[in-house]
Write a protein that binds this ligand. Structure first.
Ligand code: CA
Length: 226
């Protein structure tokens, strides 16, 4: 899941970004509306977390501009203002949720996941295939009932592949979903993550294989009892 975080207070921005990254999100963290719009042009984002008071705009106006490009973009407004008027204005402006500073990072994360779930009712919370189960809420994978130890990036990769079993996902798309802008440049990171995940899946005797489609991308297939 790729999240655009727009917050001009650098300390708060880093704190939120670090937390979400630890929990498996790819985060593009920026400090202004202009930077947010250019980040959103580069890659499709799954959700936005927007501070209300930004140096060059406000979170609600920014949300409207972001939705010009991506009408269904799920969004949470974060703000220090806590008047009922502001809260109503936030929700009426189309934000899916509204959270007031100071807030607990786990609460923000939970609300973000709720907003993402509501946005994609086709998006399952649990995938199961070839003996592997992945829970998108706890981020835990298990193989034949036993927990599978994955890094957050391997878990994110497995989630993307399990969402569309049998379909080829292009490398560009996977990189978009897994790596935020500041991680770009690690050219072989995706290949490396794929081979680590392959090793772990076969080590766990999963009947799942990640096929490489040369020059295109990858797809997840259920393998026979060979
Ligand atoms: Ca601010």
């Amino acid at each position: 899941m790729r999240v655009l975080l727009v917050e001009d207070n650098q300390a708060i921005c880093e704190m939120i970004a670090d937390h979400l990254r630890e929990r498996g999100f790819a985060v593009d963290a920026v400090g202004s509306g202009e930077q947010a719009l250019s980040a959103a042009r580069v890659a499709r984002i799954d959700a936005a977390v927007l501070d209300l008071g930004l140096p060059d705009t406000d979170g609600m106006r920014l949300l409207a501009s972001l939705r010009d490009h991506q009408p269904d973009l799920p969004a949470i407004i974060v703000t220090a203002r806590d008047g009922v008027d502001d809260r109503l204005r936030g929700l009426n402006s189309g934000a899916d949720d509204y959270i007031v500073k100071p807030f607990n990072l786990l609460e923000l994360e939970a609300r973000l996941r709720a907003v993402l779930r509501r946005a994609g009712s086709r998006r399952e919370t649990r995938y199961s295939l070839g003996g592997i189960t992945f829970d998108t809420v706890t981020r835990q994978a298990s193989a034949l009932g036993k927990p599978l130890d994955l890094t957050r990036r391997e878990a994110a990769l497995l989630e993307e592949l399990m969402r569309v079993p049998g379909q080829v996902i292009t490398k560009d798309r996977l990189e978009d979903r897994l790596y935020a802008l500041e991680d770009a440049g690690s050219a072989n990171a995706l290949e490396a993550a794929v081979s680590r995940l392959r090793r772990k899946l076969s080590g766990a005797q999963a009947r799942l294989a990640i096929e490489t489609k040369w020059g295109i991308g990858y797809r997840l297939v259920e393998s026979g009892d060979t």
